[in-house]
Design a protein around this ligand. Structure first.
Ligand code: GCW
Length: 669
């Protein structure tokens, strides 16, 4: 086996923690998913008890763990889609009952129960009931069929190699891992659909895709594919892909019908249109609602959905133009279409208005749209946050995003409530994560980056979990249950975003990265380019004026945010340069000038990485040598990167403004 089991590497539990019922699982439900639930139970429990555990199918006299589906189980779910996902774990005398309202829910119940046993939480947490908060918990793969992964930092694709679809034990392990964290939807190919991938929805590949669909179905996961909006032109003999053209409409209907003939349980499409060179409805003067609804109508008779991305912006900008603002783009394009999308369309919105930077405000589109299904898109892959070399645990960031109050209706209309369907009663909505896996032995390049993958799943099931709780669970399940390990790993993870931010681009301005690769600093790398990603630093100050006098971006927020962001004095300082052009001598709330803040944080960032290294060294011999060495090597590279950021950023600004560091440290490059 050339891959690890991550958080599914079940370890023996202490003798005194074993309950007599554990070795008698009784499966009282039928069907493939229920069978998986039984199998997962046996795999895990055999490891934890240190003896083989076999599944029974009839009630027995002795204490047992009963796995059952109770369709009329009571739930507190607010809609039908979620109700079917409710499960319950409780004790009756010496037996334990795991019941799900559906087989999929039972499977989630079993994974939850196994986790509780592994973490020794069973007595503390039972009786336990759960209705997942996000209806859809989706992974987006940016895997290409040549075997590469766009923005992949952990090896090559385990789905494809050289335009062939791979299917092996690793794929099965992958499906288990995904199901165990609550994933119920997976998009198997990159949103940038190139020539060969366009054929995924045709007979060239459908039979092989079906293998994945069948595998995922065993784990209660639906398979989705990204499609090329220009497919009718590339695959058919139609000269256009105009969504209102009858030939185009018919082409898609036929294509979709065929997909469902081969794969009856297919989930639907993910679409990146009119974005970064991808084709879309704009070519024909049509709206994104025209485009999305055309596909939605083709999918609807089969129960499929369209996930349509809002990452639409002008990537051919002139840097001298200070009015066009990429941050405005998603809202400007999609707000006026609110209420015009079909019921089986979901708009997938990136968490921020730019592109997964280390710090961004929350996209104002969440607080704008009210009559449209919405899904939050975050990037588990650390494109701009250290590329799985540098440590950056993203759960605290995602928690902030989910907790953000949009004030769309009243106070308390948080992103979490909106994308979980609680605010507007939608049932097709949820969270999507651009996944960070590849064929590296440890799946995620840096072992610690797996905490982001695990955490994404856990958070989409239960957003009320704290970042610390998730970190602790992950660390205990993946590294070691010993307290001395958790005591090091949990704070390391939980402080890592802040550390990364300190040595990165300051106060929300973002970018300053090496163009194209997006790792390492290049302060002006994107400054005079076409991508709309400017910091506007000059002799006197830095930042983008996004107030009404500037690009007007602030007006896309509801009050009170609009007013809060509009003034330097009230704008949260971590976002100051995102919203304002600020002189280097401006005094921050800490009493420091902006320039001194930039110098100080960049020195601190490096010191914090050095401290992390020290902490990590103390784990030598306490976790697997493989994981220890992997992270040791990554931290050494992180330190180099942090120093480079420190020196380049500080030197750049010192040269621009000529203001010396108050502490007289060496600023050079
Ligand atoms: O951040 C950018 C990435 C692209 C990506 C794009 C997107 C898949 O640099 O590689 O393309 O976002 O989200 O579509």
């Amino acid at each position: 086996m050339n891959y690890t089991k991550c958080w599914l590497d079940y370890q023996p539990i202490l003798e005194e923690k074993k309950k007599s019922c554990y070795c008698h699982p009784v499966l009282m439900a039928e069907g493939v998913v229920a069978k998986t639930a039984g199998e997962e139970y046996c795999i895990a429990m055999s490891e934890m008890l240190g003896e083989p555990v076999d599944l029974l199918y009839d009630i027995i006299e002795e204490p047992s763990v009963c796995l059952e589906v109770v369709e009329d189980m009571e739930t507190d779910a607010t809609n039908d889609a979620l109700a079917k996902q409710s499960f319950k774990i409780h004790q009756e005398e010496d037996s334990i009952i795991i019941s799900g309202k559906s087989a999929e829910a039972l499977l989630q119940g079993v994974f939850t129960f196994l986790r509780m046993v592994a973490l020794d939480q069973i007595d503390e947490k039972m009786p336990y009931t759960c209705t997942p908060v996000m209806p859809l918990r989706m992974m987006n793969h940016w895997d290409d069929m040549d075997g590469s992964i766009e923005r992949g930092y952990s090896g090559r694709s385990f789905f494809y190699d050289d335009y062939e679809i791979l299917y092996n034990e690793r794929t099965e392990m992958y499906a288990r891992m995904m199901a165990s964290i609550g994933t119920n939807a997976i998009v198997i190919n990159n949103v940038n659909v190139h020539e060969k991938e366009t054929y995924l929805i045709t007979d060239v590949y459908l039979q092989q895709v079906k293998q994945y669909t069948d595998l995922f179905a065993k784990y209660g996961i639906k398979l989705f594919m990204s499609v090329n909006f220009a497919a009718p032109m590339e695959l058919g003999d139609i000269p256009v892909s105009d969504p209102l053209n009858p030939d185009v409409i018919q082409w898609w209907e036929k294509a979709v019908k065929h997909v469902y003939e081969v794969i009856p349980n297919f989930g639907g499409f993910l679409v990146k249109a009119d974005s970064e060179g991808r084709p879309g409805p704009f070519t024909y003067g049509r709206t994104h609602a025209d485009g999305a609804n055309m596909l939605a109508k083709a999918l609807a008779p089969h129960g499929g959905i369209v996930v349509w991305r809002c990452f639409v912006y002008n990537c051919g900008q002139d840097w001298r133009d200070r009015k066009t603002d990429r941050a405005r783009a998603a809202y400007d394009h999609f707000m006026e279409l609110d209420g015009t999308f079909d019921d089986n369309v979901i708009l997938q919105i990136k968490n921020g208005p730019m592109d997964f930077q280390v710090r961004e405000p929350v996209s104002p589109l969440f607080g704008g749209l009210k009559k449209t299904n919405m899904m939050l898109e975050v990037q588990i892959a650390q494109e701009y946050t250290g590329q799985q070399i540098d440590l950056c645990y993203l759960i605290p960031m995602w928690k902030e995003i989910l907790a953000f109050d949009t004030y769309a209706d009243d106070e308390g209309t948080t992103v979490e409530k909106i994308v979980s369907g609680q605010s507007y009663g939608q049932s097709v909505c949820g969270m999507a994560g651009v996944i960070n896996t590849g064929d590296d032995e440890n799946w995620t390049g840096n072992d610690l980056a797996a905490a982001n993958l695990y955490g994404f799943g856990r958070l989409s099931m239960e957003p009320s979990l704290t970042a610390e709780e998730i970190a602790e669970e992950w660390s205990k399940l993946s590294l070691s249950k010993e307290k001395e390990v958790t005591d090091v790993v949990v704070p390391m993870l939980c402080n890592s975003w802040s550390t990364y931010e300190k040595y990165n681009a300051p106060l929300g301005i973002g970018w300053m990265v090496t163009p194209h690769y997006h790792y390492g600093p290049d302060i002006d790398g994107y400054e005079y380019d076409r991508w709309g990603t400017y910091h506007r630093a000059d002799l006197h100050g830095i930042g983008v004026d996004r107030t009404e006098a500037g690009t007007g971006y602030v007006t896309q927020y509801n009050e009170p945010w609009r007013s809060i962001y509009a003034k330097k004095e009230t704008c949260p300082e971590e976002l100051l340069l995102f919203f304002h052009y600020v002189p280097y001598t401006y005094v921050l709330k800490t009493g420091k000038t902006l320039i001194q803040h930039i110098y100080d944080t960049h020195f601190e960032g490096v010191e914090e990485v050095e401290e992390m290294q020290k902490q990590w060294t103390s784990l030598n011999g306490k976790i697997s040598d493989r994981a220890f060495e992997c992270v040791t090597e990554r931290l050494a590279r992180q330190l180099e990167n942090a120093k480079e950021w420190r020196d380049r950023v500080n030197t750049y600004f010192y040269r621009k403004c000529g203001i010396a560091d108050e502490k007289n440290r060496n600023i050079y490059l």
